[in-house]
Design a protein around this ligand. Structure first.
Ligand code: PEP
Length: 252
């Protein structure tokens, strides 16, 4: 039985004052849902605040990107070891906003995932297709290619230290989630692809769904056999919505 992970991607939102109530409410709510794991992936400057407020709580914290390098002349980047110093457990890699806006290739995403694992973090590796790719019938080929790069870069033996997230790009921030059938089809295909390398790893790996998850669609999505939690953007900025998604996952 895979534990479900409810992960909040705050993107570039937050303020010291505003985060306070949000983090406290999420921590309190997470404590009432012990069968789930909760994490918040927050902007770098708020990591000390999260560390102070969430230490020893039922909610872990992490970041939204990490450098593939350990240190050096990489202006603007942050290493896995730095994130660990602030108590991070998870880090998102390969979010479509970074793949698209920052030109991150499949190989670079895999290198970041490797750096995260070697630095003691669990990468949440995002894969997903554009609307044009879906409409062209390329969804499984695109996510398969993205996953293959990760399996190749990490080696299947390191894959249990990663979490996968299927995030159809057309569903992110649009209010239009994938249907249950669309999501389950891709999740099952991802797990099947991992099983070609290792059956045990495939059975154990957590695959999150992300893309307009909200309280109203969470029960259906979280009840699907190959969905092991949610990567939640917009709804993670509201403690009640984020926790309601968790409550749905706990019931599903
Ligand atoms: C995301 O940012 O990863 C995401 C899934 O956003 P939203 O839930 O707002 O679609």
């Amino acid at each position: 039985m895979r534990t479900k992970l409810i992960a909040g991607n705050w993107k570039m939102h937050g303020s010291l004052a505003g985060n306070l109530a949000l983090l406290q409410s999420v921590a309190a709510g997470a404590a009432t849902l012990p069968t789930l794991s909760f994490t918040v992936l927050i902007p770098f400057p708020y990591l000390p605040q999260a560390q102070a407020l969430l230490a020893n709580s039922a909610c872990s914290w992490g970041a939204q990107d990490v450098s593939e390098a350990a240190s050096g002349a990489y202006t603007g980047e942050v290493s896995a070891a730095m994130l660990r110093e602030f108590g991070c457990q998870y880090v998102i890699v390969g979010h479509s906003e970074r793949r698209q806006r920052h030109g991150e290739s499949d190989a670079r995403v895999a290198a970041k995932a490797l750096a995260a694992i070697e630095g003691g973090l669990t990468p949440i590796v995002c894969v997903g297709e554009t609307l044009a790719e879906r409409e062209a019938g390329q969804t499984l080929a695109v996510v398969g290619r993205q996953l293959d790069a990760v399996i190749q870069g990490l080696g299947v033996q390191r894959l249990p230290h990663a979490v996968l997230a299927y995030e159809p790009i057309w569903a992110i921030g649009t209010g239009r989630s994938a249907s249950a059938q669309q999501a389950q089809e891709v999740h099952a295909a991802l797990r099947q692809r991992v099983s070609q390398s290792d059956l045990v790893v495939a059975a154990g790996i957590q695959i999150l769904y992300g893309g307009s998850v909200k309280p109203s669609n969470a029960l259906e999505l979280m009840g699907l056999p190959d969905i092991d939690g949610a990567l939640v953007g917009g709804a993670s900025l509201n403690a009640d919505d984020f926790l309601d998604i968790g409550r749905a996952a706990a019931r599903a």
